[in-house]
Design a protein around this ligand. Structure first.
Ligand SMILES: Cc1cc2nc3c(=O)[nH]c(=O)nc-3n(C[C@H](O)[C@H](O)[C@H](O)COP(=O)(O)OP(=O)(O)OC[C@H]3O[C@@H](n4cnc5c(N)ncnc54)[C@H](O)[C@@H]3O)c2cc1C
Length: 491
């Protein structure tokens, strides 16, 4: 039946398809959008085949990890966008905001009970094996996950890549065939989807739909939810519409300078798309298509050379190639890792050379040791680090170059490398809008040696793990205005 590549579909619960169910259920988890979405496309295919209505269920739970005003507002903006978008489409969109802890209990089970099958998004961080295990016990019908994460299907190879170079070589050999397998830009435009239905009254009675807009727009409403209100909302808007605008602005005005000044913290030439990619408000396929359209690319430009280099394979300007390398090689490397290493946030998943050298230096004396609270409040002796931490708190992001330094200093100032790992995870995921993503764990893992090699000379605390200092950073990139900007600016 399917136009979806087989590698992208994974059966989780082997229960039978219930062809006398009321509807096909698509549960939006990581692809919170109506366009360029393989999961939605797959659900549409089933709805047409079974001649059953399609129900799209997009929940926001209170017990997700790192639930803060900042993250909730962003996701809620996306849900408001989706509500408007799906209202015009032949689907029943059912957004659910859990207003009190535990109120959403039983909802998945109740929705699945009347479904022919349940389809959701294959996402290593949103659907960890533990979450999947608890969810599957509630689903008594066929349940499948669809991978829309990257240009390369996440499970097309079971190999876990330990270097970007190897992964890039793999992509150069294998990505070509997947460039013909893109999701439809509008999977709901195909026709033949049965008219929308109402869910059973019991569902609306027990789990009523909330007016999302007040929650997305007002701090007072968010304040009623039992989430972390200490992490303030941001002036940037979530949702598919905002993501599309950002993408256009990036390809038209910034892409050209991406290579030249991407590493300069005082320049703002990167796309800013990571939170939108994280919550699935935009798809990597769309970002890729808009980028190469702007660059005048076609598949005939691809090089036959497989050399693992970051530029040269696409047959494009270096700035575009470098962007595609971040968007595809580096981003999908993280998905590859998290898909096959469920303990992706554990010290034991670091390369063995890194574990050994960090353990060997765990007892080294440390000139400065800060508590988590001191780090969180940007209270160190290092003005550049404090500035980066303040940017994280106030803007939900750190410029990529300084994000590396930020992590390296946490390693230096923590009582042990294991504590450094847990502190980076805590601070990154609590404040960064793009946190708790496979890229979070590759970035943080990189600080501790993942995807890197051993470096000499062997140093205190770091051992053979790559070392960075604020002084060298300030020599390499311009930071004067950055320091002024985030001098004592706090949320
Ligand atoms: C300590 C540390 C923590 C990090 N935590 C996160 C995180 O929580 N979430 C996150 O998305 N990224 C994280 N990164 C990677 C990187 O910093 C961000 O992806 C990037 O800065 C996002 O900005 P952008 O969208 O403007 O990127 P652009 O430069 O415009 O790149 C486009 C996209 O490519 C991907 N990308 C870019 N750089 C990287 C990279 N180094 N590794 C993997 N993917 C990349 C992202 O999806 C990004 O949105 C971390 C890096 C480090 C060193």
């Amino acid at each position: 039946m399917t136009g979806i590549p087989a590698h992208r579909i994974r059966s989780v619960v082997q229960h039978a398809l219930r062809s006398d169910g009321d509807y096909v259920l698509y549960w939006l988890v990581a692809n919170r959008r109506g366009t360029h979405n393989f999961s939605l496309q797959y659900a549409v295919e089933w709805a047409r085949k079974l001649a059953k209505p399609l129900v799209l269920f997009e929940p926001l739970w209170l017990d997700d990890p790192w639930t803060t005003d900042r993250h909730y507002q962003f996701v809620l903006e996306g849900m408001v966008d989706n509500e408007r978008y799906f209202a015009e489409k032949p689907v029943t969109y059912y957004p659910y905001l859990e207003l009190e802890q535990g109120r959403g209990k039983g909802l998945i089970e109740a929705l699945a009970k009347n479904a022919c099958l349940v389809i959701s998004d294959d996402s290593p961080c949103f659907f960890s094996p533990q979450v999947l295990e608890s969810v599957t016990s509630e689903i008594s019908v066929r349940f499948e996950l669809v991978d829309s994460n990257g240009l390369l299907p996440m499970r097309s190879s079971e190999r876990v890549f330990s270097r970007a170079f190897d992964f890039r070589r793999y992509l150069q050999k294998n990505l070509r065939e997947h460039l013909n397998d893109f999701p439809l830009s509008d999977p709901l435009a195909v026709g033949g989807i049965p008219p929308k239905v109402s869910l059973r009254p019991l569902i609306y009675r027990q789990w009523p739909i909330t007016d999302l807009k007040p929650y997305a727009r007002s701090k007072a409403c968010l304040g009623k939810l039992s989430i972390d209100h200490g992490v303030g909302v941001l002036p940037i808007r979530g949702g598919t519409h905002a993501a599309g605008q950002l993408l256009q602005a990036f390809v038209q005005h910034k892409l050209e300078r991406y290579l030249e000044v991407r590493n300069q913290p005082e320049e703002n030439v990167s796309s800013g798309l990571s939170p939108y990619l994280h919550f699935g408000h935009i798809s990597v396929h769309q970002v890729f298509l808009e980028t190469v359209k702007h660059a005048g690319w076609d598949p005939g430009h691809l090089s036959e050379h497989v050399n693992g280099r970051a530029t040269g394979w696409w047959g494009l300007h270096d700035a575009v190639e470098r962007f595609l390398d971040q968007l595809i090689t580096w981003r999908e490397l993280g998905y590859n890792f998290c898909a096959f290493c469920p303990d992706y946030d554990q010290f034991e998943t670091l390369p063995s050379w890194a574990q050994q050298t960090l353990e060997a230096h765990a007892g080294d004396s440390r000139p400065h040791v800060y508590s988590l609270g001191e780090l969180e409040n940007a209270g160190t002796h290092d003005p550049l680090w404090n500035a980066a931490q303040r940017q994280l708190r106030s803007e939900g992001r750190i410029h990529n170059y300084l994000r590396m330094l930020w992590g390296k200093k946490i390693l230096k100032w923590s009582p042990s490398p294991r504590q450094a790992l847990s502190r980076m995870i805590e601070l990154n995921n609590k404040y960064a809008l793009d946190g708790h993503n496979p890229n979070s764990y590759s970035g943080i893992g990189w600080v501790l040696g993942r995807y890197d090699r051993a470096w000499g000379p062997e140093r205190q605390i770091f051992g053979k793990v790559r070392y960075m200092t604020s002084r060298n950073t300030a020599r390499k990139v311009r930071v004067k205005h950055y320091l002024q900007r985030y001098a004592s600016h706090d949320q």
